[in-house]
Design a protein around this ligand. Structure first.
Ligand code: SF4
Length: 178
């Protein structure tokens, strides 16, 4: 049997725990293999980035799931969203931010034998899944984008049972709530 070789893009353990468990347990059809990608140069400051990364690694290692850590260059990311600093969450800056990350995953997929990409970027109540999907479709050139609807109940349950570090803002300095 053959299926998709998937990159699951993750922003943090609290958002990705349910999706990773579903994939690990074979609950998503037509997935032959998957890897979790943590590519989040949007996160500020670097101490916050490290906390989220550590939680992601711990969760993946506990489940015995493969993961890859992308480059962390926040200054490059800031150049990419320049001029959009004052946009609200769900606005134009976020579309560019998603696209930046999906483009990176697309390049990685082509270079490493993966043919499909999915993400958990839309699971938070502060996010717009349609916006995430649109950015992905426009960015995943030559790779399949799978707009998987993750099991929210499972995600909530794992969060309830875990002691994950939990942040109260999306990631960039422009999203820090006063
Ligand atoms: S609010 Fe979140 S998705 Fe939007 S630009 Fe900042 S880090 Fe990216």
């Amino acid at each position: 049997m053959s299926g998709n070789k998937l990159i699951l893009m993750s922003c943090c353990a609290p958002c990705s725990c349910g999706a990773i468990k579903q994939l690990k347990d074979g609950k998503i059809p037509d997935i032959e293999d998957f890897i979790v990608m943590f590519f989040n140069p949007n996160i500020f400051p670097d101490t916050e980035y490290q906390k989220r990364l550590n939680e992601q690694i711990k969760y993946c290692e506990n489940l015995g799931v493969k993961y890859v850590i992308g480059d962390y260059n926040h200054e490059d990311w800031k150049k990419h969203v320049k001029g959009l600093e004052n946009e609200p969450e769900r606005g134009a800056r976020c579309s560019k931010c998603f696209a930046y990350r999906f483009c990176y995953a697309t390049k990685y997929a082509k270079e490493n034998g993966y043919n499909a990409i999915a993400s958990v970027f839309g699971v938070s109540k502060h996010k717009d899944q349609n916006q995430v999907d649109k950015s992905a479709i426009e960015s995943c050139d030559g790779v399949i984008y799978l707009p998987i609807k993750w099991n929210e109940q499972l995600r909530q349950q794992i969060n309830h049972e875990s002691d994950f570090y939990r942040q109260n803002y999306c990631g960039c300095e422009f999203s820090i709530r006063k």
